[in-house]
Design a protein around this ligand. Structure first.
Ligand SMILES: [Zn+2]
Length: 246
C-alpha cells in the first residue's frame, strides 16, 4: 500500500491518542477510589450487623427482665398472702409453722431473683453500650462511604472528561487520514490491542521496541517514502522520520 509520507506521520498522533485512550480505559477499570467505596461499604455492613445483634440482645434482655419481674411479683404476693394469714389469727399452730417455713423459702427465692435482676441489669448496660457503639460506628461508616462515593464519582468524571477530549482529538487526526490507510491502521490496532503504527526511531520500532536487523533496515531504507512499511515483528506500520537512523 502507498500513502502520502506526510499522511503517514499523522498515524503517530493517532497512535498517541490510542495509547492515552488505552491508559484511560485501564485507569477506569482499576480506580483505587472504586476499591475504597467497596471497603467503606463493607465496614458499614459490619456495623449494621453488629447493630442488629445488639438490638436482638437488648430485646431478649427486656423479655428476660419482664419474666423476672413477674416472678418477683408472684413471690411477693404469695409472701403477702402467707403473712396476712398468719396475722389474721385464724391459723392453727401447725399451719403457722408451715407458713413460716414457706415464707423463709419465699424470701430465699426473692433474694435469688433479685440477684438475677442485678445480673441482668449489668448485661443490659453492656448491651446498651454495644448498641450505641454500633449505631455510632454505622453512622460514621455511612459518612465515610458517602465521602468515598463522592471521590469515586469525581475520579470517574475526570476519566470520562479526559476520554472525551482524547476521543475528539483522535477523531480530528483520523479525519486527516485517508480511508484505506485508516482502515489498515485500525485493523492492526485491533490485533495489537493498542496502536496500529509506531515510529521507527534509531533503528528501533517504538511499538515493540525491537531493533531492525540489517536486512530489514535496508528494505525500509530502499522503500519509496510513500510506501507503507511494516514492522516484521509486531506488524505495525513503521513511520519513518528524521530520527529513524536510516
Ligand atoms: Zn514493532
Amino acid at each position: 500500500m502507498k500513502a502520502d509520507h506526510f499522511e503517514q506521520q499523522k498515524l503517530l498522533a493517532l497512535a498517541d491518542e490510542d495509547v492515552a485512550l488505552t491508559q484511560l480505559a485501564h485507569r477506569r477499570r482499576t480506580l483505587p477510589e472504586v476499591a475504597a467505596v467497596e471497603a467503606a461499604a463493607e465496614a458499614e455492613r459490619a456495623f449494621a450487623e453488629a447493630e442488629v445483634r445488639a438490638e436482638t440482645e437488648v430485646r431478649d434482655l427486656d423479655r428476660e427482665q419482664k419474666r423476672l419481674e413477674a416472678d418477683v411479683d408472684a413471690v411477693r404476693q404469695r409472701a403477702a398472702r402467707d403473712q396476712a394469714r398468719i396475722d389474721s389469727g385464724g391459723a392453727t399452730a401447725k399451719e403457722i409453722t408451715s407458713l413460716q417455713s414457706e415464707l423463709q423459702s419465699l424470701s430465699r427465692r426473692q433474694s435469688d431473683l433479685e440477684d438475677q435482676v442485678l445480673e441482668l441489669m449489668e448485661r443490659r448496660e453492656t448491651a446498651d453500650a454495644a448498641l450505641v457503639a454500633a449505631q455510632t460506628g454505622r453512622s460514621s461508616a455511612l459518612a465515610d462511604r458517602e465521602r468515598a462515593e463522592q471521590l469515586r464519582d469525581d475520579a470517574l468524571a475526570d476519566v470520562t472528561d479526559s476520554t472525551s477530549r482524547h476521543e475528539a482529538a483522535r477523531a480530528e487526526v483520523a479525519g486527516g487520514v485517508s480511508a484505506p490507510l485508516l482502515a489498515l491502521y485500525d485493523r492492526i490496532r485491533t490485533q495489537t490491542g493498542t496502536t496500529g503504527a509506531a515510529m521507527l526511531k534509531a533503528r528501533q520500532c517504538q511499538g515493540c521496541r525491537i531493533e531492525l536487523n540489517g536486512r530489514e533496515l535496508a528494505a525500509v531504507r530502499n522503500a519509496d517514502p510513500h510506501e507503507v512499511v511494516r514492522c516484521e515483528n509486531c506488524n505495525r506500520i513503521l513511520v519513518r522520520t528524521a530520527e529513524s537512523g536510516l
